[in-house]
Design a protein around this ligand. Structure first.
Ligand code: ADP
Length: 570
């Protein structure tokens, strides 16, 4: 529903999160901002880019309104740092790791500078020579990507990002790197690499070898020589076994991503940001923002007119962010200004579907999600082309190579986890379904505090099936399914992450990826605790066949805590 324009009411959780990490503080550490003044700070800083244009004042107001009402929220670094001395506004960075001492420690230094400002970094270790390969200058042998990754991990641990966000890294290794088996098994020890998500970059050649049951070649990066071959199915089974055990490593489909590289003239994708939604070239950064779909249902229908207006403003906003961003190092500034990528995503997809009465895991759910995502992308593209006509296309745009129309931003859409901003907006995160409908908190003297999903409570009360007793039963069983007091329709609509079949999670990711997501999607494919390794394998193969650019599976209860838990990334 469209929010009240006069006064924005924040939930207690939102107030707590904002006060702890987003509001500016005085010397004693007390917050000196409110949601309203924060929104003015952010809107003014970003609108200032256009202060001399005739439209400048309107932009200031549009930006303020869309953030204040939470129709659109930029990523955390923008909310925290816009209009402050720090001024670093992006969430995502990919840094190259060159195969030399200088290259490795330059990357660690650059990563530290990024973390300090609240950004997350992705690294590919694929260029590093393998363990025991020779080192000419010292006539010794190399220690290999994993031993260096441990140094990156230790550096991140030490910095802790000034208390606002702890560091987050993605570590990527190509499946054809000679050290791949060490990489796949590295996080079996849950005490190591805790500041990293690890993902294997899977190639088309590897997937073909899996299909055919053949071997595939391992290539030494320093010499480009084939050094060995491995049975593709054995490697695949190992990845699956470990992902089944504790959700890591993830997989990234690197060739699929590179086929959609909008600026191949500048190089190839090697890695993504920490949560996987943004493929970037070495030294690129990207600022993200999410449209809150929960706010766009009116009288049981999607309000496309209002959605169009907000997406236009949000596209202009994210493009302006690039111009007032303070980049942590000059190389990042140079690359980012060449391609001017933005990452417009969504949150509250499940809230929107619930308001429409459509189950998340249904064909209709996927069609609706795909239609909305396609609409957002088309509006963003039209807006980006419009801005290009005034301010010029992104500088790397080359009409001879790039067959799409000239536009301001080389990439427009991606779907981020919105781990924190969805808590501020009080909606389901990113494109994920709700995790639970009734949550229980044990308070003193054995009393239970029961928190009910706001949509469920509203509907259950309106239709007369709400009772404390029923909520208690739903809390105990962990699902709305099978309670005869709840009408069958609402049992379907309120299926949560664990109730939705894994194949429906993947199909939703595929529907979004193929309908207007330029970059990638952060999404978890939830599997029940009883799921077999075969089911994990099927998920990977289906995701690949559907054209997903990466996949994360999580078997219920297989890990005590996650490195980057999508619910709280602090
Ligand atoms: P938010 O909701 O705080 O804006 P998201 O959960 O959507 O952020 O994450 C978006 C991206 O921000 C991630 O993919 C990652 O690149 C970066 N990020 C998230 N959490 C952290 C963190 N703790 N430290 C550094 N970067 C992070």
């Amino acid at each position: 529903m469209a929010p009240d324009l006069t006064k924005q009411v924040l939930t207690n959780t939102a107030e707590t999160v904002l006060a702890r990490r987003y509001y500016m503080k005085d010397a004693e550490g007390n917050p000196v901002e409110t949601w309203e003044t924060l929104c003015h700070r952010v809107a003014n800083a970003i609108a200032d880019v256009d202060k001399d244009s005739p439209n400048g004042e309107n932009l200031r107001e549009d930006f303020f309104n869309m953030i204040y009402r939470m129709d659109f929220l930029p990523n955390s670094p923008c909310l925290m740092n816009a209009g402050t001395d720090l001024g670093q506004l992006s969430a995502c960075f990919v840094l190259p790791v060159e195969d030399s001492m200088d290259g490795i420690f330059t990357a660690i230094r650059n990563g530290a500078l990024v973390h300090k400002t609240g950004g997350g970094t992705g690294y590919s270790f694929s260029r590093l020579r393998s363990k025991n390969a020779s080192v000419r200058s010292t006539q010794g042998v190399a220690s290999g990507p994993l031993s260096f990754a441990a140094v990156f991990d230790a550096a991140t641990e030490t910095i802790k990002q000034g208390g606002k966000r702890r560091g987050a890294n993605m570590g990527v290794l190509r499946v054809d790197h000679p050290d791949i088996m060490d990489f796949i098994t590295a996080k079996q020890d849950q005490n190591r690499f805790n500041n990293f998500n690890f993902s294997v970059a899977i190639t088309d050649a590897f997937m073909k070898a899996v299909e055919d049951g053949t071997e595939y070649d391992l290539i030494e990066p320093s010499s480009k020589q084939v050094v060995r071959s491995l049975e593709a199915r054995e490697v695949f089974e190992k990845i699956i076994d470990l992902a089944w055990h504790n959700g890591e490593p993830g997989v990234l489909f690197i060739d699929t991503a590179n086929k959609a590289n909008m600026t191949p003239q500048l190089g190839e994708f090697e890695a993504t940001n920490p949560c996987g939604e943004q493929w970037l070239l070495p030294y690129e950064s990207c600022n993200l923002g999410s449209i809150n779909l929960a706010n766009f249902v009116e009288k049981g229908k999607i309000d496309y007119d209002r959605l169009k207006t907000i997406v236009e403003s949000a596209t202009a906003f994210l493009d302006n962010v690039i111009d007032c961003n303070r980049f942590p190092i000059p190389e990042i500034e140079k690359m980012t200004l060449q391609t001017r990528k933005i990452g417009m995503g969504i949150m509250g997809l499940h809230d929107m579907l619930i308001q429409l009465g459509v189950p998340y895991g249904s064909e209709e759910g996927r069609e609706t999600a795909g239609e909305v995502m396609r609409f957002i992308r088309d509006v963003a593209a039209a807006q980006s082309e419009k801005v290009a006509a005034v301010k010029g296309p992104f500088p790397a745009y080359d009409a001879k190579v790039n067959t799409y129309p000239a536009r301001r931003n080389a990439a427009l859409t991606s779907i981020q986890p919105t781990g924190t901003v969805s808590m501020i907006a009080d909606c389901a995160s990113g494109c994920e379904p709700y995790f639970s409908i009734v949550m229980v908190k044990n308070v003193m003297d054995g009393d239970r505090l029961i928190m009910v999903n706001k949509h469920f409570e509203r509907i259950a009360r309106a239709e007369g099936f709400y009772s404390d007793e029923l909520m208690s039963k739903v809390a105990d069983s962990g699902t709305v399914i099978g309670h005869k007091e709840i009408p069958a329709k609402w049992q379907e609509v309120f299926r949560t992450a664990q109730d939705i079949r894994p194949e429906d999670h993947i199909a939703m990711q595929g529907a979004l990826q193929n309908n207007g997501v330029d970059s990638s999607i952060s999404k978890t494919i939830n599997l029940p605790n009883s799921a077999s390794r075969e089911e994990v394998k099927l998920s990977y193969i289906t995701g690949y066949q559907l054209g997903c650019k990466g996949l994360t599976v999580y078997r219920d209860g297989s890990r005590d805590s996650q490195v980057l838990n999508t619910k709280d990334t602090s």
